[in-house]
Design a protein around this ligand. Structure first.
Ligand code: UD1
Ligand code: CA
Length: 457
């Protein structure tokens, strides 16, 4: 089989994004556009992938560091000029070269494969991927002759009124015979409205040289969506969101309202888990089987075991076990480790804390920098006092301890196994195991106080 090469164009600034972030690095469902493109190309399989970088070269290289080779396009003189930067690496090679834009994140591997198969079947030197757009504004238009063969591609800015009416657009994805591509590139000029070297001009050049040039039209315009501004970015996000949600539903996840559920491409969810509306699952998150997530819940970089419930809550960078109940209205902050059968109830904030199996903090607590054993009960309103204004200190609560309501545990401090803390205590020194510790003023009742006061007045 002949060798396959891929060139990804990712050197543009993305002026129309009006952003500090380089265009191809803008995320769609948590993954940068260019990474979506590269992952698709890898699925198809290539002998070498070369990404053309320019604006934000360092950042783009960092993002794709394990994925491909790079060439630098110092000045962005157009898409043909961008491809030319790969000349030293590719021009002498025999084979097939795919060129894709880094701003078309919705392209599917299957479509690329079909484009390539068609190209080979037709014995073409160049095949362009096209689609029919309801609104083709901004795209290059595919101009066909009377017999339906592709003649050339004209850019929006160079097109006549007649040509602008054409709804078949250039997706910016092409399959070329490698040698023919680099020969034709030599002949591309920048004599056009934008004074740029246009890659689509290669089509006309090859056609005029008598080579076979074809177009492969996909039925799904959405796949070819090129993201040039934030409006297209939102559209791409919506379509990707739908794909991701459908993928999970096919795998046995119930998503009650897919329109209102936002799941990053990287997230894993087990069977029979139910996701309610308003849920946002991001980053390196994995959720087990039979969980209930949401409504209105944000989970970022967390692993969650089976049969766990997280309602109306937020959780970041933490490990959460099986059969855990979180929320409503809980906040799990980074580096927390919540073991099985734990309950973290309403208005409880957990930070950098470990909770042993079966422990509970059911209401209105702050537990930070803490190690909580198993079967500990933390009463309503209890907190760890972990910060003295300069340093943070650790609280340790051993297995089976019972922390009465509204207690302050002033760290560093340790509560022994099975110990009891009386409600309202402010604990400043260690409590031995099985002890009862009371650290508050004894109650004083002033008898008949009101009557005495009235007399005085
Ligand atoms: C391009 C096509 C247009 C097609 C559309 C599909 C050209 C001239 N036009 O237009 O026919 O319908 O894509 O989405 O090719 N880039 C570089 N170096 C450059 C210029 C661009 O690397 O000098 C990269 C950009 O980073 C981007 C891609 O090439 O990823 C496409 O460039 P862009 O400016 O977005 O082209 P369009 O105007 O969308
Ligand atoms: Ca574009």
């Amino acid at each position: 089989m002949s060798k396959r090469y891929v060139i990804v164009l990712a050197a543009g600034q993305g002026t129309r994004m009006k952003s500090k972030l380089y265009k191809v690095l803008h995320p769609v469902c948590g993954k940068s556009m260019v990474k979506h493109v590269i992952d698709g190309m890898k699925e198809v399989g290539a002998d070498q992938i070369i990404t053309v970088v320019g604006h934000g070269a360092d950042q783009v290289k960092e993002e794709l560091r394990n994925d491909c080779d790079f060439v630098l396009q110092e000045q962005q003189l157009g898409t043909a000029h961008a491809v030319m930067q790969a000349k030293d690496l590719l021009q002498d090679k025999q084979g097939l070269t795919l060129v894709v834009c880094g701003d078309t994140p919705l392209l599917r591997a299957g479509t690329i494969q079909a484009l390539m198969d068609y190209h080979i079947q037709e014995g073409a030197k160049a095949t362009v991927l096209t689609a029919i757009a309801d609104d083709p504004t901004g795209y290059g238009r595919v101009i066909r002759n009377d017999r339906g063969y592709v003649e050339k591609i004209v850019e929006q800015k160079d097109a006549t009124d007649e040509e602008r009416k054409v709804k078949e657009i250039n997706a910016g994805t092409y399959c070329f015979d490698n040698t023919a591509l680099f020969n034709a590139l030599e002949q591309v000029s920048n004599d056009n409205a934008q004074n740029e070297y246009y890659l689509p001009d290669v089509i006309e050049i090859l056609k005029e040289a008598g080579e076979t040039v074809t177009a492969y039209r996909t039925d799904d315009f959405n796949e070819t969506l090129g993201v040039n501004d934030r409006i297209a970015l939102a559209k791409a996000g919506k379509i990707m969101q739908q794909r991701i949600n459908e993928w999970h539903m096919r795998n046995g996840v119930t998503i009650v309202d897919p329109e209102q559920t936002y799941i990053d491409a990287s997230v894993q969810i087990g069977q029979d888990t139910v996701v309610y509306p308003g849920t946002i699952l991001k980053g390196n998150t994995s959720i087990g089987d039979d969980c209930v997530i949401g409504p209105n819940t944000e989970i970022v970089n967390c692993s969650i075991g089976n049969k766990t419930t997280v309602r109306q809550s937020v959780a970041f960078d933490s490990e959460i076990g099986a059969t855990v109940q979180i929320g409503p209205f809980a906040h799990i902050r980074p580096q927390s480790m919540i073991h099985d059968e734990v309950k973290i109830g309403n208005f409880v904030e957990i930070k950098k804390a470990e909770f042993g199996k079966g422990s509970k903090a059911s209401h209105l607590s702050y537990i930070g920098d803490a190690e909580v054993g198993s079967n500990v009960n933390i009463g309503c309103g209890s907190i760890t006092v972990n910060y003295d204004g300069v340093n943070k200190f650790k609280t340790k609560i051993n297995d089976g301890a019972f922390i009465g309501c509204n207690s302050n545990l002033v760290a560093p401090v340790e509560v022994g196994e099975g110990a009891y803390i009386a409600a309202g205590s402010t604990i400043t020194s260690d409590v031995p195991g099985n002890a009862l510790s009371i650290a508050r003023a004894r109650q004083v009742n002033k008898e008949n106080y009101i009557n005495k006061r009235i007399k005085k007045d």
